[in-house]
Design a protein around this ligand. Structure first.
Ligand code: NAD
Length: 295
């Protein structure tokens, strides 16, 4: 079997076109564009490039997006004051604070301060809590990108065995919650999992998010499994690879995301999608149950 290669760039372009249309409708109804702000503290080069890439796409599809760049010496009180001001700004619906922050600033303070209604990268305890309870919530964008891919290939997740490698707060854990909501049977593996291949070989859907170059080889994959590669690993000799040994796994999987060009291109788009959702949600309370129980 040779896997169908899931093209994240093409999916990203499709979603951008959908968002452009939705934003046009929003502007027509509201007389203004959804507003997004990216806060960048310090001069981390990768964060700067990443911020500019988001801004470019955001403005291109019609979001009114701008960068607030602060010097590395910004104090915790100053950053907190800015976030409170942005929480209260009626022209801003989505707030992103770029990580990593300079060492003297706390990620927890940022997560605790951003208004839950503007937390479009799902970093706050409130967003995480809502996700855990099965309530509508903003989602960490990489985990949301994985779900979007699974949705776009129309995979039926109910009853499927899904194995996730990695338990981080931004990928593995939120993904497990989202997959549970889709009635999948979920296993989370991590750095202390014994006999990893015994788990991965059981998976109908296998998601690799460990940050270990080429660690998932063909012998660890059940023939016909759908494999999603979240990992981005820079090789010492140059070049980027995922966690999945692409050449061997493509011979056994039924579908596979490449790296680069798989999950990565969707991550930014999911942030923007959630910014547009934040703008709509602001217009009226979404009626939700107190909690959702699964039987
Ligand atoms: P992390 O370092 O926070 O977490 C890695 C997880 O993998 C940990 O839970 C650890 O227990 C587990 N792990 C590590 N080695 C393992 C092993 N040998 N066997 C089993 N489990 C193992 O990383 P993260 O932030 O979750 O990111 C994971 C990967 O995804 C990284 O390569 C990162 O660059 C990439 N990433 C990609 C995107 C994207 O847009 N595609 C976004 C975020 C992160």
């Amino acid at each position: 079997m040779t896997a169908h290669i899931l093209d994240g760039r093409a999916m990203g372009a499709e979603i951008r076109a959908e968002l452009r249309e939705e934003i046009r409708r929003y502007v027509q109804e509201q007389g203004r564009a959804p507003g997004l702000i990216i806060v960048l503290v310090g001069s981390d080069e990768a964060s700067g490039m990443y911020s500019k890439a988001i801004l470019r796409v955001a403005n291109d599809i019609g979001i009114s997006a701008r960068l607030e760049q602060l010097p590395a010496i910004t104090s915790s009180d100053e950053l907190r004051a800015l976030l409170l001001q942005l929480n209260a700004d009626v022209n801003i619906q989505g707030i992103i604070v770029q990580m990593p922050l300079p060492h003297h600033l706390s990620q927890k303070m940022v997560a605790d301060t951003i208004a839950a209604s503007k937390d479009i990268d799902g970093i706050s305890p409130r967003s995480a809590g809502n996700l855990f309870l099965g309530l509508p919530s903003f989602l960490p964008s990489t985990a949301a990108a994985v779900m979007e891919i699974l949705e776009r290939i129309h995979i039926q997740l109910a009853g499927k065995r899904v194995v996730i490698i990695g338990r981080s707060n931004v990928v593995g854990k939120p993904l497990a919650m989202m997959l549970l909501q889709k009635n999948a049977t979920v296993t989370i593996c991590h750095s202390r999992t014994a006999n990893l291949a015994d788990f991965t070989r059981q998976a109908d859907v296998l998601i690799a998010a460990a940050g270990r170059a080429n660690m998932l080889t063909a012998d660890m994959v059940r023939p016909g499994a759908v494999v999603i590669d979240v990992g981005i690993n820079a090789l010492p000799e140059g070049g980027i690879v995922g966690d999945v040994d692409f050449a061997s796994v493509r011979e056994v999987a039924s579908a596979l995301t490449p790296t680069p060009g798989g999950v990565g291109p969707l991550t930014n788009v999911m942030l923007l999608k959630q910014c547009v959702q934040a703008a709509w949600r602001e217009l009226g309370p979404v009626l939700t149950p107190d909690t959702i129980t699964y039987h």
